[in-house]
Structures are given as C-alpha cells and as structure tokens.
Design a binder for this molecule. Structure first.
Ligand SMILES: O=C(O)c1cc(C(=O)O)oc(=O)c1
Length: 317
C-alpha cells in the first residue's frame, strides 16, 4: 500500500492541485494489538478519486490526495476488518461515481452512504440501492459546504424513506441547540457523524455534551459514530510512534456514549482522514483506541459487528 504512488509533489492524478498543507494518509500502518471480532465493520471511511478517473467536484472546499478503493480494501484486510461502510466525501459533491465504483469492486463487502440533490429521481435512487447505498448524508459543518442543506433535507428524506434508507448528519456541537428540533423531526433512522463533534476541553458532564446525550435519549432512532478521536483530541497523545493509548482526552466522551447507547453506536477509521492539520494517525494504532471506549467483549461485538450489520446488512448476507 502506498500513498506516494498516486499523489506526488502536491498534485494528484487528473492534475488536481492538493490543498496547500494537505496531509496524505499514513503509509504502512501498524498491525493492531487489539484483535477485531469476526465480521467487524469499518463503518466510516471514504474514497477520494482517483482524480484522473473520478474528478473532484467543482464546488469542493478541499482537494485531497487520491485514496482509491483498492487502497481502502488493502487497509481493511491489513487491520482485520471484514467490511466497510463508505461515506461520500464532500470533495465529490453529489457525484457518487467513485463511491459506486468502490461498492461494486467490494463484491458485497461494502455498503455506501451517498449525497444526492433534491431533484434526484427514483431511477437514480434505485441504481444507488442496487450498488449498495443505504443512506444519504447531509453536511451541516459550515467549512465544508456553501449552504447548510436544511431546505432540501425534508424533500430528499421523503424520497429515500420508502427504500428503507437512513440519514447521516455531520454537525458541530455548538450548532445542535439551533438544529435540535429540526433533527428530532427526521422520521428515518438518523446517524450522527463523530458524536456531533464535542469540544473535549469541556466537561463530559457539562451542558453541551449533555444536550447531545439528551438528543440520543429522546430520539430512539438516533445512532452515532464514536469516531474521529484524532480530530477531536486537543491534548491526548497521538496514534503515532507506537502509541496505543492515544487521544485520552476523547475517551470519556466516547465511552459514555457506548455505555449509555450500546446498541446505537458505530465505529470507523475515517480513513483517509480528510482535512487533518497537524498529524495523520497510524490506522493500526487507531484500532487500538477501540478497547478504551468499548471496554468489554460484548460492547465491542455490538459496536463493531451487531450494530453495523443491523443497519447496513439487515438481510443477514
Ligand atoms: O471534518 C472533516 O473535514 C470531514 C470531512 C468529510 C468530508 O469532506 O466528507 O468527512 C468527514 O467525515 C470529516
């Protein structure tokens, strides 16, 4: 596996200039000390391009290094995951071609979460479904989109609900008070990316994280990904240089969610980790974060196997 094969000197395939300061994904990840249970799912990861084959969207807010389906599946096998849930990245806008290509190449071992526009047709949705898409993503993180998708969400949800799909939302903790009622009205299953991005310098028992926990408690259709400690951490040691006890400041937040809602949590690597600014984690060491937040074999099995299978492979294939 190599990131340098597709991205060199700031240029990706297709002649796209990477965002200045872009950090490429970590090459040569460690073998995790934590043995993943059989059937484990990496339930949040992306593919980027390759730009020469699947050009990045004109409206993108960043240009990444390429990160292909083959490279993702090599990482899956190296870490010991059985399956992936591939989430459409904002750098591809609503063009899901790279995602669909990856799903087809996975031979049933990946499901997808797409981004669609309000004018998406039933035929287009049926095609995405056949490829393995089971959800749509809406991004409320302002640095990643021109406009938050409040207008289009209801219209799109009405179209995807009959397919049994769910909604994935990405937002920041400070925006939850304003969006609380809007999100609570979404009728489908609803998956919140990265625990709603808590500010981990604040108290885990404080009002901000308390609102997120209340959101989950009051809405039994809400799930969350206890992911991205590398994004949320402020002081914790990083998953680098052999560190298997990384991102300790995020642990109390993720552990609390796993303990309170063990049947509505998912975990993923977030590979290839878009927009990290100060370091790129070793995904092998990131897997070693899991037993710190899901502390018993039963909780680990729910987080990594039972929950993602229920949401993405309900037919039991
Ligand atoms: O925090 C981010 O920058 C980020 C971006 C994207 C995306 O661009 O899709 O996805 C993520 O899960 C996280």
């Amino acid at each position: 596996m190599t990131s340098s094969g597709t991205a060199t000197h700031g240029v990706t395939t297709g002649g796209f200039d990477k965002t200045p300061g872009w950090l490429d994904w970590y090459d040569g990840p460690a073998t995790p000390a934590f043995r993943l249970p059989a059937g484990a799912v990496d339930a949040h990861c992306h593919v980027f391009g390759p730009g020469g084959e699947f050009p990045y969207a004109p409206e993108r807010k960043y240009t990444p290094c390429d990160a292909s389906a083959a490279q993702l599946f090599a990482l899956r096998d190296h870490l010991g995951f059985d399956r992936n849930v591939i989430v459409q990245a904002t750098c591809h806008g609503a063009d899901n071609s790279a995602l669909v290509d990856a799903l087809r190449r996975s031979e049933g071992r990946a499901r997808g979460v797409a981004t669609v526009r309000r004018d998406v047709t039933a035929e287009q949705l049926a095609e995405l479904h056949a490829a393995g898409v089971r959800g749509v993503r809406f991004n409320f993180v302002k640095r990643l989109v021109d406009r938050v998708p409040t207008d289009s969400l209801e219209e799109i949800v009405a179209k995807i609900a009959p397919l049994g799909w769910h909604v994935v939302i990405y937002f920041e903790a400070e925006d939850l008070p304003e969006l609380y009622d809007f999100f609570s009205a979404i009728p489908t299953d609803l998956v919140v990316d990265h625990m709603g991005r808590p500010d981990v310098t604040k108290d885990v028992d404080g009002p901000e994280f308390g609102l997120f926990l209340r959101f989950m408690r009051e809405n039994p259709n809400v799930w969350t990904k206890v992911t991205c400690p590398e994004r949320l951490s402020v002081t914790g040691p990083r998953a680098l240089d052999g560190e298997r006890d990384a991102y300790t400041d995020v642990v109390p937040f993720a552990r609390r969610v796993v303990e309170l809602f063990p049947d509505r949590v998912l975990w993923g690597t977030d590979w290839p980790h878009p927009n990290l600014k100060d370091h790129m984690p070793d995904d092998g060491l990131l897997v070693d974060h899991i037993p710190h937040i899901a502390t018993t074999p039963e909780r680990q099995r729910q987080l990594l196997v039972d929950n993602p299978h229920r949401l993405y492979w309900p037919e039991g294939e």
